[in-house]
Design a protein around this ligand. Structure first.
Ligand SMILES: Nc1ncnc2c1ncn2[C@@H]1O[C@H](COP(=O)(O)OP(=O)(O)OP(=O)(O)O)[C@@H](O)[C@H]1O
Ligand SMILES: [Mg+2]
Length: 385
């Protein structure tokens, strides 16, 4: 069992605060993603965990031991960066063997003189370890190649292999897929997730790509401005974001945000849509209604709670067509997901009517915090209007 904890981590560069009190307990064997926009402090946090950066305040604990003063090499964490940094003059096998050789070196302080028989035996052991790791990564047929003779994905796997041979307590990965082209990146997402399932080792993975975080993680920590805003499973973060920043960050296309009002009776109104029974003690006035594109559907004119708008753009993705519709007197634009059949028959400039799917809506208060809706919040407008 490996337990890793970051507690009350603070870090500034000069006068600029970068991390403001991060608390994070990483569960043994989980795939945890640190995700957030560029500059929010993800890499700095990972580097603090790896020991490449010292926190100003707070502690890093691995298996109950505070490791703030333990050198990176002695934390037994393997780091994989965006740039694979393979030695170009060494073969894949030699690259993968390097950490094992370095470990021998660091144990002995210098490479011990092993008699030729022992040295050959040690070499055989290391080769077996490299071979086994290469088989897991499906690069065993590439062991004699130099990095320059590999594709981007193969190079990425070789770098992973180099990190894996030491059998670290956890893998720390900083945007390891961002140098790959789009198709390979998507392919490698599932490979990494599979690898994680087979290794059962803790992965701490940094990305600014919310799709990577949603598709691979057991839990994701959404970071902004040096803080963790929300930590939870991808399903929880997507379906139950705690505030408007998290709701906007996850999901592509983005969640639609429309202005609305909350009245004394606890009803939220936005154009023709009405939601009832806000359970929070929010004062009446303006609120923001959040509707994901897949939770809106085209409907007949005059349908209850429908909104009307004009199609300004169509994005055909094959399986889905996203309609961009200008609404509320053309002051706002929303995106709704239509089936290919529905989407094809709609033309740009056409007036369309749509409504939210029952049970799907989020309401955010003036400070951006999520307001609770009672289970009855989706009852028909006839009952509340
Ligand atoms: N060594 C440094 N000296 C000064 N400022 C730094 C240093 N390293 C990082 N920063 C600043 O700290 C902030 C957080 O940087 P960090 O690299 O952790 O962001 P990130 O979330 O990983 O962003 P990205 O997604 O772009 O990689 C940024 O504003 C960055 O400019
Ligand atoms: Mg970074």
């Amino acid at each position: 069992m490996t337990s890793i904890s970051l507690s009350a981590i603070e870090k500034s560069f000069g006068n600029t605060p970068v991390l403001n009190g991060i608390d994070l307990d990483i569960t043994d064997g989980e795939f945890l993603t640190l995700v957030g926009p560029s500059g929010c402090g993800k890499s700095t946090l990972l580097r603090i965990l790896a020991g490449l950066e010292m926190p100003d305040q707070g502690s890093v604990t691995i298996n109950g031991l505070t490791v703030n003063n333990v050198r990176p090499a002695n934390r037994n964490l393997a780091m994989v960066f965006q740039s694979y940094a393979l030695y170009p003059h060494l073969s894949v096998a030699q690259n993968m063997m390097t950490p094992l050789r370095l470990r021998d070196l660091s144990f002995a302080g210098r490479l011990p003189f092993l008699g030729p028989v022992v040295a050959r035996e040690r070499y055989r052991e290391m080769s077996a370890q490299v071979g086994e790791t290469a088989r897991v990564l499906k690069i065993d047929h590439l062991l004699d190649r130099k990095p320059g003779q590999l594709s981007g994905g193969q190079r990425q796997r070789a770098a992973l292999g180099r990190a894996m041979v030491r059998k670290p307590v956890a893998f720390l990965m900083d945007e390891p897929l961002s140098n790959l082209d789009a198709a390979l990146r998507i392919h490698m997402r599932s490979e990494l997730a599979e690898l994680h399932r087979s290794l059962k080792t803790t992965f701490v993975y940094v990305t600014h790509d919310q799709a990577e975080a949603l598709t691979m993680s057991d839990r994701m920590a959404v970071m902004m401005e040096g803080q963790i805003l929300q930590l939870g499973s991808p399903e929880k973060i997507y379906n139950d974001p705690m505030d408007i920043r998290v709701a906007e960050f996850v999901g592509a296309p983005k969640i639609n945000l429309l202005p609305g009002t909350l009245d004394e009776a606890g009803h939220v109104r936005c154009g023709g849509m009405v939601l009832s029974r806000i359970t929070s003690n929010e004062t009446v006035g303006s609120i923001t209604l959040g509707l994901r594109p897949e939770h809106l559907a085209l409907c007949e004119q005059g349908a209850l709670e429908s909104l009307t708008g004009q199609v300004v753009h169509k994005e055909n993705l094959g399986a889905d067509i996203y309609l961009h519709v200008s609404v509320l007197d053309a002051a706002h634009r929303i995106v709704l997901r239509a089936t290919p059949d529905e989407g094809t028959s709609v033309s740009i400039g056409q007036t369309v009517h749509f409504k939210r799917l029952c049970g799907h809506a989020m309401v955010f208060g003036k400070d951006g915090g999520r307001l609770g809706l009672s289970n009855a919040a989706h009852e028909s407008v006839a009952e509340v209007a």
